[in-house]
Design a protein. Structure first.
Length: 275
């Protein structure tokens, strides 16, 4: 772990990404204590106020403090990203391990299912799923993103399992009478963690971007909920008179997505994961 951190520190972009992600985590955890105002608190006397000492990033059309809403939105985006990636990763690993290790009919059936989901653009399928429900909800967003998110992990895990399942250490474990579940959990999965970690890092960036897109379209967080995507959607109506409504949540999304991508590139270089 120490050697990995030292290597990331030598890579400037990876270091920047690490700083951004650590900052995001701290902001999300400490949100209740560092928000200058309640993100739902309205003050029409400061409607569309520009950045000032009172409101560092200005206020929106309801007089709500934009900085407070961005901080709260960081917690929301991180929660959606972590839950979605965790569920997608577990589902993808289960499918990938079964398909790669057992092969045959199981492999054919599972991979055709994966091909079916890959035939549709992920964001379009997520839009279609969320649009089926009457009221927008974060749980629906997570469900929609999980439906489309597990297939990439399944293909990756299957390919890695196929590459190492016939190695001598696996044959030795099988000869000693180890069960399939033990071989997969103890011998195979630890040897394919490097590409999975890298893919997970990029996956977090994709989910944050997708959640922002769905919220921008009104299919994500419920109306009024501080979400970066919904803040962008509201801000576009005031671009000429109050551009700060869109600039700051847009910068937040850009910085976080770039941070995860920079960190993923650094981890890929350190772990020597080939494309």
């Amino acid at each position: 772990m120490i050697s990995m951190v030292n290597e990331l520190l030598k890579n400037r972009l990876a270091f920047v990404g690490l700083v951004v992600i650590v900052g995001l985590l701290l902001v999300a955890i400490l949100a209740p204590w560092i928000m200058p105002y309640d993100p739902y608190q309205q003050n029409l006397a400061h409607e569309l106020a520009p950045p000032s000492l009172r409101h560092w990033l200005g206020s929106d059309q309801d007089g709500c403090d934009i900085l407070s809403r961005i901080i709260y939105g960081a917690r929301l985006s991180l929660w959606v990203a972590l839950v979605t990636v965790a569920i997608s990763l577990v589902a993808g690993m289960v499918v990938g391990c079964i398909a790669g290790y057992y092969g045959g009919l199981a492999d054919q059936l599972l991979m055709r299912l994966v091909d079916f989901f890959l035939a549709f653009p992920g964001i379009l399928m997520a839009i279609a799923i969320t649009a089926l429900f009457k009221d927008p909800s974060i749980n629906i967003v997570i469900f929609a993103l999980c439906i489309t998110g597990w297939v990439g992990y399944a293909r990756l895990v299957r390919g890695q399992i196929l590459a190492i399942k016939n190695n001598l250490f696996v044959e030795a474990a099988r000869a000693l009478g180890a069960k399939d579940s033990r071989i997969i959990l103890i011998h195979l999965i630890p040897n394919i963690l490097a590409p999975i970690i890298v893919e997970t890092t990029f996956g977090l960036a994709r989910v944050i971007l997708a959640e922002g897109g769905l919220s921008f379209l009104g299919l994500g967080a419920p109306p009024g909920t501080p979400s970066w995507g919904s803040m962008l959607n509201t801000g576009r109506q005031y671009m000429l008179v109050a551009p700060h409504l869109s600039i700051y949540p847009g910068l937040a999304i850009m910085l976080v997505v770039m941070g995860f991508n920079f960190l993923g590139d650094g981890l890929r270089d350190y772990l020597d994961v080939k494309d």
